[in-house]
Design a protein around this ligand. Structure first.
Ligand code: ASP
Length: 321
């Protein structure tokens, strides 16, 4: 007798947060003067052809967690989003999550979620560079690709999918203000590609350990999270910005130094004063690729060679002890 094993039905979750993928413009040719975060995620999903094929009989749950232009992303939204992810990931029948997000701060949200979630299951962020009303919007394909990646048995941890490429939360970075393929994983290269509905990995996909303070972050009201700012060293950098921030109560400063982590002397002096007054200071480079080699300044280096904005996220978490 032949035993037919029935496939266990799984559930997949799509969480909406807004962005250009949910944006609308007055004309189909307008790619820039649009308003982000206008359409609900349920509407985006209902207009998406090919979902049933990707799901292969599994079920889909859709939830609007926020509706904003990601340039305005804030701690309260991060906390709400992480708690919803935590809730869904804990359900045994849930196989993974897709999050629709604006492109502007996608890399910061990806790194934040990677740091606070115990995400052995995939959490895949996706986005669009053109609004949903464009003649040829990129959102629907990105969304379908993100679902395809979330559904892949090798997918783990927090990932980003855009323009057919899969990026890790650690490496993903927005590198272009307009083109559809706006993200890069820099020297590391993408984790993989989505081609004609098939995933091709460039190597193994791992879910790194979350930050040691992950549980504290989600339990503490977002309004009480420490204040961290990102500064850049540049020609004519003025130390008064550091002193003003310290006087106003900043708790952490990330400085994106020039080149191999060099810092304008006036800024460096003020940062040393800030450190002496108990402000946590971390140094990274403003270079788009690579990371600081050696110890160029008397400032603590940011971990993992993170870019300035992700270093800000890590410092925020470090300060939650
Ligand atoms: N400003 C938009 C956002 O980040 C840009 C985009 O989604 O492409 O929400």
């Amino acid at each position: 007798m032949q035993v037919v094993q029935s496939k266990k039905i799984k559930q997949w979750v799509v969480l909406g947060t807004g962005g250009t993928i949910a944006g609308t413009a007055a004309s189909v040719s307008d790619h820039t003067a649009y308003t982000a975060a206008q359409l609900g995620v349920a509407q985006l999903m209902s207009a998406l052809p090919g979902v049933d094929q990707v799901l292969g009989g599994d079920t889909l749950q859709v939830e609007q967690v926020a509706q904003l232009d990601s340039k305005d992303m804030d701690h309260a939204t991060w906390q709400r989003l992480a708690l919803r992810c935590q809730h869904w990931l804990a359900q045994p029948e849930v196989g993974g999550i897709v999050i629709t997000h604006g492109t502007d701060t996608l890399e910061e949200t990806a790194w934040f979620l990677q740091q606070v979630l115990h995400a052995a299951k995939p959490v895949v962020l996706t986005c669009a560079m053109r609004p949903a009303t464009a003649l040829a919007p990129d959102g629907p394909q990105n969304l379908l690709d993100a679902l395809t990646v979330a559904h892949h048995p090798q997918a783990q941890g927090v990932l980003a999918v855009c323009a057919g490429r899969i990026h890790s939360a650690r490496e993903v970075q927005k590198v272009h203000p307009y083109r559809l393929d706006a993200f890069s994983s820099g020297e590391a290269g993408p984790l993989g590609w989505v081609e004609q509905g098939q995933v091709r990995w460039s190597g193994p996909c791992h879910a790194p350990e979350p930050h040691a303070h992950a549980s504290k972050v989600l339990a503490r009201p977002a309004a009480d999270w420490p204040w961290v700012e990102v500064l850049h060293s540049h020609a004519g950098a003025d130390a008064r910005q550091v002193r003003a921030l310290v006087a106003a109560g900043v708790k952490g400063l990330v400085v994106a130094g020039t080149g191999n982590g060099t810092v304008h002397q006036s800024l460096l002096n003020a940062l040393a004063e800030a450190q002496a007054q108990g402000v946590a200071v971390r140094l990274t480079t403003r270079c788009a690729e690579g990371q600081i080699v050696g110890q160029p300044a008397a400032l603590a280096l940011t971990p993992l060679g993170l870019n300035a904005y992700k270093a800000g996220v890590s410092l925020l978490l470090d300060l939650m002890a």
